[in-house]
Write a protein that binds this ligand. Structure first.
Ligand SMILES: Cc1cc2nc3c(=O)[nH]c(=O)nc-3n(C[C@H](O)[C@H](O)[C@H](O)COP(=O)(O)OP(=O)(O)OC[C@H]3O[C@@H](n4cnc5c(N)ncnc54)[C@H](O)[C@@H]3O)c2cc1C
Length: 403
């Protein structure tokens, strides 16, 4: 069992430093695991090692207006230093785990130490897909606090024209935040519609209209063919021949799981490191949660869900595993997105390639989309329909494998 395993590692590891649970990564999943372990009564030692120099913080606000309003890290951190102390957790920031030896249960760190562990939890998250234009200074990602701060600095320095590359939730939220600040925004998306594989056609089209009403120019089915920084501007030619001149570009085309450590030790990986319903990888003593982890769904496809819900649900499930409790059945996944002045609530998971039969009910001030597969309700999407949304939640058939 996980709890015994965490303690049993004590005899296997000889380094001077050792923790029963070593959490690699300092994001939402890591912070939630610390809290959940203590909530479940875990009494062993916990160490969290994170590459970023900040305590684990909330990423969603980064694309929802923080970048325009200025950023206070105090508002974003899940727990302050005293909070980690209270949770009996040693936190090392600005340190990267560079390797793991599952045999001796030892991790190597970027500052040249060896740290023993009972169990190791990969909570290494994901990183933004890098922009393909080398040497550019006006092309930004939006994944980290530093990314948002850079964007904020560019706005404060007078940038007014923005091109957002990518029509997923991140790109759309960023475009919406920028436009709401009175900035000029264009958005280019490679596929013929927004949110491809991530939302119903109704929601994609509704959002397109809303963004366009707010002055955002949207180019669908087109990619950036050429990008050149010249005379304090970015000159972009799209595949459809359109020329866009911007002060700054936000590259938001997705994220890649940080899999290096998992791959190095031979853990089975797809787009994420594959875990079972106990969040365990194929390597004994090695667990994974959050954006880095993926699992097989009931339909056999691989689900790597990048969301707050997934990071917290997996952390809670793992805390129970490591305290020898059964992981509780996880409720249907829920998501939200704030853009164009409204909050959209979604529930259920639909594999990107699956076509659903969507039933839309719309009124002047809101809508609800019920998405059916083979006659079964598998997802809902809603805006200003909280009561119907809440009522429908128990009816949703969860297409993922249960955690
Ligand atoms: C701008 C933005 C907006 C979002 N909006 C929403 C939203 O509206 N709703 C929603 O549900 N979700 C949203 N998300 C997704 C959500 O924030 C993520 O799913 C969640 O943060 C994942 O947490 P994580 O801990 O798994 O990974 P991360 O947050 O990526 O944290 C992983 C951490 O581990 C560190 N790390 C990596 N490798 C190592 C190593 N070898 N050693 C030490 N440390 C390492 C990384 O530097 C990073 O700090 C958004 C994400 C972003 C970026």
């Amino acid at each position: 069992m996980g709890g015994e395993e965490a303690a049993a590692g004590a005899s296997a590891a000889t380094p001077a430093e050792r923790s029963d649970v070593l959490i690699v990564g300092g994001g939402q999943a890591a912070a939630e695991l610390v809290k959940s372990l203590r909530r479940e009564g875990f009494a062993g030692s916990i160490r969290l090692i994170g590459s970023e120099k900040y305590l684990p913080y909330d990423r969603p606000p980064l694309s929802k207006g923080v970048m325009k309003a200025g950023i206070e890290m105090d508002r974003l951190a899940f727990l302050n230093a005293a909070g980690y102390e209270k949770h009996g957790t040693e936190v090392e920031l600005g340190v990267t785990v560079t390797g793991i030896d599952p045999e001796s249960r030892t991790a190597r760190t970027s500052d040249g130490r060896e740290v023993g562990y009972g169990v190791c939890v990969l909570a290494t998250g994901a990183r933004a897909v890098p922009a393909p234009w080398a040497g550019t200074t006006r092309v930004h990602s939006i994944r980290t606090y530093e990314d948002a701060r850079e964007l904020n600095e560019a706005i404060n320095a007078g940038a007014r024209r923005f091109l957002v590359v990518g029509g997923g939730y991140l790109g759309l939220e960023t475009a919406s935040s920028l436009a709401a600040s009175g900035l000029e925004v264009s958005l280019v998306e490679a596929t013929p519609q927004l949110l491809t594989g991530r939302a119903s056609t109704f929601v994609a089209n509704w959002l397109k209209e809303q963004h366009e009403t707010r002055g955002i120019r949207i180019y669908l089915g087109s990619m950036v063919a050429e990008l050149e920084e010249r005379d304090d501007e970015v000159h972009v030619r799209l595949g459809n021949g359109t020329e866009v001149v911007a002060d700054q570009v936000v590259f938001a085309v997705g994220a890649l799981a940080n899999l290096d450590l998992a791959k190095e030790v031979g853990a089975e990986c797809g787009r994420g490191v594959l875990v079972d319903n106990r969040c365990e990888t194929t390597v004994p003593g090695l667990y994974a949660i959050g954006d880095v982890a993926s699992y097989r769904t009931a339909t056999g496809s691989e689900a790597r869900i990048e969301s707050v819900f997934n990071a917290t649900a997996q952390a809670k499930a793992l805390a129970r595993v490591l305290t020898d409790a059964d992981p509780k059945e996880v409720s249907v996944p829920t998501f939200w997105s704030d853009q164009v002045g409204v909050s959209i609530r979604l529930a259920g998971w639909v594999p990107p390639t699956v076509e659903t039969n969507d039933v839309v009910s719309q009124s002047e001030d809101g809508w609800l989309v019920e998405r059916y597969l083979g006659g079964r309700l598998v997802a809902i999407e809603s805006m200003n329909r909280l009561i119907e949304y809440m009522r429908a939640l128990p009816d949703i058939v969860d297409l993922r494998r249960k955690l």
